[in-house]
Design a protein around this ligand. Structure first.
Ligand SMILES: NC(=O)c1ccc[n+]([C@@H]2O[C@H](COP(=O)([O-])OP(=O)(O)OC[C@H]3O[C@@H](n4cnc5c(N)ncnc54)[C@H](O)[C@@H]3O)[C@@H](O)[C@H]2O)c1
Ligand SMILES: [Zn+2]
Ligand SMILES: [Zn+2]
Length: 370
């Protein structure tokens, strides 16, 4: 069938809308008609060549839609079901999956980065018949895609799909960073650097766990309102004041127990590190450009017993966590209506990229398909 997609053919160049051919789902694959796709900063990283992947590729990995057709053997969903797609699809059999770490599945990591489905091929071809990569299994900058059965999860019909898409990336990443990685308990002192959707969902999850205080930091003072809406007890505009000394001041000189970096900026990582008290944990969800390095005082790692914890997908287990988060979302607890700040057409996807690049995007913009 013919589909409409934004194709990235070259890094640092605009994605262009193309008509592509999408093949039928094979065994254990599902054809989804997407309704909404959030524009995540990881898409921007890929566009800028900061996360290198083979091109051409159709990006977009925060998507929800309706099942149109299923391939042989599919039992999890049926046509008409509302679903969210996940950008990691655990194989179930590898070393990581067997330890419950399907978020870093070694069996499917190659396909994840190469833009393949699980059989190593693509269902998308362009007008010349050349294959086009699937962005992280989801391929959400296309009005339809074929995804692995293990990478779709039914959504309750009362949850609007324009909100359900956020269960594909920013909600689980923020939630999992707090619950699985930071292991926040009531009263943990927390700071969150970056008040985009990853940071906002981190703040919200920390609030649900009764962390206190929850100190939000952003270079844009205009993020204060949304950061407080999502549960920040304090807000520091780091373009106006030094966040490290302010965090120390707010915590009686000690610093906080857990800091989350939800930006991917080497300078912010250094500030985040110095915001920790002894024994503290720095959780890195933000993705820095592939070439980036940073200067951290290694001697203090053992001497202050500090740790640095990278997390992919908030260390979630998609099979249990996505349905759990979807159930929670129906209560309104994730404030997904507040997170969705602008709806755009696929044709305007570059507006979303430019706005984010200039730190103008507050909350999440979503591409809506008719
Ligand atoms: N680890 C994962 O699994 C995972 C999943 C999704 C996204 N991410 C990454 O998380 C990061 C955040 O994504 P997002 O979609 O929320 O991004 P976003 O662009 O919407 O938000 C980033 C926020 O950080 C602020 N900011 C930028 N530079 C700053 C600095 N130096 N100091 C303080 N604030 C600064 C911006 O003003 C903005 O409010 C990205 O790097 C993204 O790739 C990681
Ligand atoms: Zn994302
Ligand atoms: Zn695996």
């Amino acid at each position: 069938m013919k589909v409409k997609a934004a194709v990235l053919r070259e890094f640092k160049q605009p994605m262009a809308i193309e008509e592509l051919e999408l093949a039928d789902p094979k065994a254990n694959e599902v054809l989804v008609r997407y309704v909404a796709t959030g524009f995540c900063h990881s898409d921007l990283h890929v566009m800028l060549g900061e996360i290198p992947v083979p091109l051409p590729m159709v990006l977009g990995h925060e998507s929800a839609g309706v099942v149109e057709k299923v391939g042989p053997g599919v039992t999890k969903v049926k046509p008409g079901d509302h679903v969210v797609s996940t950008w990691m699809v655990p194989c179930g059999g590898c070393f990581q999956c067997q330890q419950g770490k399907g978020n870093i599945c070694e069996g499917n990591f190659g396909a994840f980065l190469q833009g393949h489905l699980l059989d190593g091929s693509s269902r998308l071809t362009d007008k010349k018949g050349n294959p086009i990569g699937h962005g992280f299994f989801v391929t959400g900058f296309s009005n339809y895609s074929v995804v692995p059965e293990a990478g779709v999860f039914p959504l309750p019909k009362e949850l609007p799909l324009e909100h359900g898409c956020f269960l594909g990336c920013c909600v689980p990443t923020g939630w999992g960073s707090v619950v699985n990685v930071g292991k926040i308990v009531a009263g943990t002192t927390v700071a969150v650097y970056g008040c985009g959707p990853i940071g906002l969902n981190t703040i919200l999850a920390a609030k649900l766990r009764h962390a206190h205080p929850i100190i939000a930091v952003d270079l844009e003072g205009s993020r204060e309102g949304i950061a407080r809406e999502f549960g920040a007890t304090h807000f520091i505009n780091s373009s106006k004041e030094d966040p490290v000394s302010k965090i120390q001041e707010l915590t009686g000189g000690a610093g906080v127990e857990v800091v989350f970096e939800a930006i991917g900026d080497p300078g912010a990582i250094i500030q985040a590190w110095w915001s920790l008290r002894m024994g503290g944990k720095l959780v890195l969800a933000g993705i820095t450009p592939a070439e980036a390095t940073t200067n951290l005082p290694l001697m203090l790692m053992p001497l202050h017993a500090k740790s640095l914890l990278g997390t992919l997908y908030g260390d979630i287990k998609t099979d249990t966590d996505i349905p759990r988060l979807a159930r929670m979302a129906t209560t309104g607890v994730f404030k997904l209506d507040k997170l969705l700040t602008k709806k755009i057409k696929l044709e305007n996807v570059m507006e979303a990229a430019e706005s984010m690049m200039n730190r103008k995007t507050e909350g999440r913009w979503a591409i809506m398909y008719e």
